[in-house]
Design a protein around this ligand. Structure first.
Ligand code: ASP
Length: 333
């Protein structure tokens, strides 16, 4: 039987509602061992050990916890006695945590994140089946060397691609650019695609993380600003006042910028901040056909949304890369 470690961080999958048909609930009320003790079926698919990294709603997720989570994941995966890892997480910031882990975990072993849209004691909660499926996918040999995977709602997604697209629906998660990479039905997993973007074992960030960046306590300050019709651009100036080394703009459509936002970002660039343009549309690549981004000296995020682009930029700045090198990394990761 495969040996699978679970790292639990909280979220709705560990949440408690005030009653089975009441939508009001609190995230992260149950510890992972409480959840597992209710769930004998899991014992038949793997030999499971579990640890609580934190117990929070993922709205409280932050870089310190990312660093702790990634270091512990790397430690466990380096151990011959562990075959795979499952991480439980809230749905709100799962997409950026997942991308952070896909860039910083140095292992070919399966790593699967799961979550839930309904709290653990809600009527028809999705958490138990998602956890069962996640453990089954982690135990599956085809999950190795896929980068970090996300299992939710009977689907398997690449952590680089998945985003939360809905506030409450059970099918809130999607990968708009590539689609899901597999399906899992009552624990039986089938895969259809894999990522061509660099991840885990081949990610230079994971190597750095396990070596010269292993004592890193913080990540560089990178802020996100959101563009809209008639934007003032003030958010850019306050990001600079905060000491931001990088600014990600969730720009309009295919990377277009409203006049004040363009002006503010040019100013940020002139002050040495690295400006990355993503799109508030949440799907598609930025080809930037209306503005000359080379001349502006802004970097394009490829298909990463703002929150994922922020993760890559933070890791690039932490690695000491110059702007030209960072530009290349957005085409590789
Ligand atoms: N706020 C919760 C969280 O992200 C939502 C969820 O898990 O579905 O932890």
């Amino acid at each position: 039987m495969k040996k699978i470690a679970i790292l639990a961080t909280g979220g709705t999958i560990a949440g408690a509602s005030t009653g089975p048909i009441n939508s009001v609930y609190e995230s992260a009320k149950f510890g992972i061992n409480e959840i597992l003790s209710e769930f004998n079926e899991l014992k038949s698919i793997a030999d499971i050990s579990a640890e609580q990294i934190c117990n929070i709603g993922s709205q409280d997720m932050n870089e310190k916890i990312w660093l702790k989570l990634s270091h512990r994941a790397n430690e466990l995966l380096a151990n011959d006695k562990i075959d795979a890892l499952v991480i439980t997480h809230g749905t709100d910031t799962l997409e950026e945590s997942g991308y952070f882990l896909t860039l910083t975990i140095k292992s070919q072993k399966p790593v699967v994140i799961t979550a839930a849209m309904r709290s653990a004691n809600s009527l028809s909660s999705d958490g138990a089946m998602n956890l069962y499926n996640a453990i089954s996918v982690a135990a599956c040999k085809n999950s190795a060397n896929m980068g970090v995977l996300v299992v939710i709602n009977d689907e398997i997604h690449l952590a680089r691609e998945i985003i939360k697209t809905n506030t409450t629906a059970l099918n809130a998660f999607a990968s708009p650019n590539c689609g899901k990479c597999g399906i899992v039905h009552y624990g039986k997993a089938v895969f259809y695609t894999k990522s061509l973007r660099r991840h885990t074992m081949r990610s230079e960030f994971s190597a750095k993380f396990c070596e010269d960046l292993s004592s890193l306590q913080n990540l560089p300050c990178v802020e996100i600003v959101y563009d809209y019709a008639g934007a003032s651009g003030e958010a850019v100036y306050s990001a600079l006042n905060l000491g931001a080394k990088g600014i990600i703009c969730a720009a309009l459509g295919n990377g277009n910028l409203s006049p004040n936002m363009l002006h503010a970002l040019k100013f940020a660039n002139s002050k040495g901040a690295i400006v990355v343009i993503s799109s508030r549309t949440n799907s598609g690549i930025i080809s930037g056909d209306e503005l000359d981004f080379n001349k502006l000296n802004f970097i394009l995020s490829d298909s990463l949304n703002a929150q994922k682009a922020r993760v890559l930029l933070m890791l690039c700045i932490a690695s000491g890369f110059d702007k030209e090198t960072i530009k290349e990394k957005f085409n590789i990761y």
